[in-house]
Design a protein around this ligand. Structure first.
Ligand SMILES: *Cc1c(COP(=O)(O)O)cnc(C)c1O
Length: 418
């Protein structure tokens, strides 16, 4: 079988995503992978069954990056293997992936793989609500004390990591949702590398990755994704991905996944697999659209703020954005001077973008974080993370940006005319 990765040396990521990991001869010659929905796999001999189990249970060491024979689909299955091989080149610096049936499944599995009793976990705030819940409601009772530190505060994050006792995980989410506050991954990872406990540095890269932000090149050990968002891109499936450079780390995480039983199912793997080659195309278009719209709305008389990386004024935030991100991305937030009433009036009048949570799809979505996605936060947390009454979050899709802008402008005019 001719493998373009061998024939032409190492190809670039956008090529590799179409050429790696899938051998048509294993799918009766079909150009796209077949979907293998079997729950169990037949062994050619009892000896091979014994060998496969010896590898899976860790009695025999597998070579780096090697794959155990297929046994049972909760451990792995062909569509997961194809997807895991194909997705890796999208995340610069990554060598191995594990796929899950949601973003939270990926985050939970990674945290449980590295959490240990009587330890601490440093994390940036605000975090995705599900991740915050995981830390408070599951990890804390198991003896993992969360140490929150405000996103973007480079010095304070370094100090929190330095001072953390028995630290097992440093968990960063950047940019923060919905305020786009950025955290310096490289500085946090360097602080973790100086810590005697060598905590695992995990980055939830859902907002700007894998196209515009590359944590593994900045010293992070693991990137985590809600594939429900940009990776799948059509708001029609749930998925999660963990990517790392370390074969030991991926084996550990896949082992925990086998216990939890949260591997991505074959049909979902097949769907996501087909979307990979357009992730960069979609994200580039979404970022260009968002930039044009955010910059056009900047300074509007009804808005106290338009929050978007190219409009940052804080020097530290500008520095992190310029150093860490290739493009500003497809998300922005606007803040109404007229508070919740004005924000709701705006949402009632927007016609093209739909009022829904989630993000990253080809269709634009808007939401009011304080009353929805962030409603679980305490008044103090809301205040600290800048989630105000007037804030509206917008996930920009691939529509024509001029139509979106005109629509937002007519909705703003409707708010002004109240
Ligand atoms: C949506 C999201 C998650 C959770 O992903 P699911 O696929 O919904 O489980 C985690 N982190 C971020 C930043 C998200 O936006």
């Amino acid at each position: 079988m001719s493998d373009p990765n061998d024939a032409h040396g190492v190809v670039r990521p956008r090529t590799a995503v179409l050429t790696r990991g899938f051998d048509p001869t294993l799918s009766v010659g079909s150009a796209r992978p077949a979907v293998f929905r079997s729950s169990t796999y037949v062994f050619p001999s009892p000896e091979e069954a014994e060998h496969a189990f010896a590898i899976t249970t860790g009695k025999i060491q597998m070579e780096d990056g090697g794959r155990a024979d297929l046994i049972y689909s909760r451990f792995s299955h062909p569509n997961a293997e194809i997807l895991e091989d194909q997705i890796v080149p999208l995340d610069a610096g990554g060598s191995y992936a594990a796929v899950f049936n949601s973003g939270m499944a990926a985050i939970m599995t990674a945290c449980f793989a590295y959490a240990r009793p009587d330890s601490t976990m440093v994390y940036t705030t605000p975090l995705y609500g599900g991740t915050t819940g995981l830390i408070h409601r599951f990890l804390k009772p198991l003896g993992v004390t969360g140490i929150p530190v405000a996103s973007g505060q480079t010095g304070a994050i370094e100090e929190a990591i330095r001072a953390a006792k028995n630290c097992c995980i440093v968990f960063l989410e950047t940019p923060a949702n919905p305020t786009m506050i950025m955290t310096d991954i490289e500085r946090a990872a360097a602080a973790a590398a100086r810590h005697p406990d060598r905590p695992v540095v995990m980055v939830d890269n859902t907002f700007l990755g894998p196209t515009f932000q590359h944590p593994l090149l900045l010293g992070a050990h693991l990137t985590l994704y809600s594939a429900t968002k940009y990776l799948s891109g059509y708001s029609d499936m749930l998925g999660g991905v963990a990517i790392t450079e370390s074969s030991a780390m991926i084996q550990k995480i896949r082992g925990v996944r086998s216990m939890f039983g949260n591997i991505m199912q074959p049909d979902e793997c097949w769907m996501l697999d087909g979307r990979l080659s357009t992730v960069a195309l979609r994200m580039n278009r979404q970022s260009k659209n968002a930039q044009r719209i955010a910059e056009a709305l900047h300074g509007h008389k009804l808005l106290s703020r338009v929050i978007y990386p190219t409009l940052f004024t804080d020097p530290e935030q500008k520095r992190i954005f310029e150093k860490q991100c290739d493009f500003p991305g497809g998300m922005f937030s606007i803040e109404f001077q007229g508070g919740k009433e004005a924000a709701f009036e705006f949402l009632r009048h927007v016609r093209i973008a739909r009022n829904a949570v989630s993000l990253g799809g080809v269709e634009s979505l808007t939401c009011h974080p304080k009353s929805t996605t962030h409603s679980g936060m305490s008044p103090q947390e809301l205040e600290e993370s800048g989630v105000t009454d007037g804030l509206v979050r917008i996930s920009v899709g691939v529509e024509d940006w001029r139509d979106l802008l005109a629509d937002f402008e007519q909705a703003l005019a409707a708010v002004a005319a109240r």
